[in-house]
Design a protein around this ligand. Structure first.
Ligand SMILES: Nc1nc2c(c(=O)[nH]1)N[C@H]1C(S)=C(S)[C@@H](COP(=O)(O)O)O[C@H]1N2
Ligand SMILES: [Mo]
Length: 229
């Protein structure tokens, strides 16, 4: 059953390729092979690829909420639970006596973001490899992305390249104005930004949706055309 829309969100029938304008023309270099670098407060740097196949594959239907107020409902994701990934492939590599609280995520297109480990360990957070029964396309994060339905889109990092696990809070420059980032960005609390009440940003961001979606679609079209030549 489709869930009611959270506060300030509007139903969108399409699922646009979306983000900050500065990333519209940046693309992942590896869209097929999954390779994740792990770092931070670990006893050593690690690369993970085949190991992921040890984890159970799970499917989930969830809604995707962009901070600019568009929501794509009932997305069918397939992939791995972040919980399983952390418990089975990361935890044993954490430096002795460290207790991890913050995770910094880096993408192949240069995008980065951070989340609390606690938020990532939520039951519905995934490392997704498939959407709607198909391998993730470039638009939606090939070859692997974060799906965190309880958090606004900007925490749902696409084209994951590297995950860093830290004991202490980290400063992450996300490449835009500081107020636009919220450390948790929970949809249920309307944590759209850190510079004012969530509802205020609905009106600031909503007019940007159409132009941004168009810009991202155009950039992808151009990229795919050039690749085919
Ligand atoms: N690597 C990467 N991840 C990203 C972004 C991006 O530009 N690059 N944009 C974020 C934002 S703001 C949103 S709303 C979602 C959009 O996901 P979609 O393109 O699959 O709709 O991706 C998020 N993750
Ligand atoms: Mo977004």
């Amino acid at each position: 059953m489709t869930k009611p829309l959270p506060k300030g969100q509007i139903k969108y029938d399409i699922f646009p390729r979306f983000g900050l304008s500065q990333y519209a023309n940046r693309f992942p270099s590896e869209t097929n092979k999954i390779e994740l670098q792990l770092g931070g407060d670990l006893s050593e740097e690690v690369k993970i690829s085949e190991e992921l196949k040890q984890l159970d594959l799970v499917e989930q239907v969830s809604d995707f909420h962009c901070v600019t107020t568009w929501t794509k409902q009932d997305c069918e994701w397939r992939g791995y639970k972040f919980q399983d990934f952390y418990n089975q492939l990361v935890k044993s590599k954490v430096e002795e006596n460290k207790s991890i609280s913050h995770v910094v995520l880096h993408a192949q297109d240069g995008y980065k973001t951070s989340l609390l480990l606690n938020d990532l360990m939520s039951e519905d957070v995934m490392l997704a490899t498939h959407l709607g029964g198909e391998k993730l396309c470039i638009a939606h994060g090939a070859p692997i992305r974060i799906v965190a339905p309880g958090h606004y889109g900007y925490k749902n990092l696409k084209h994951i390249k590297r995950l860093e696990f830290y004991e202490a809070k980290q400063k992450v420059k996300q490449g835009y104005l500081k107020f636009m980032d919220h450390p948790r960005a929970r949809v249920s609390h309307e944590e759209r930004a850190s510079g004012g009440p969530g509802w205020f940003f609905r009106y600031l961001y909503r007019p940007l949706i159409g132009g941004t979606a168009k810009e991202f679609a155009k950039a992808l079209e151009k990229y795919e055309k050039e690749k085919a030549e």
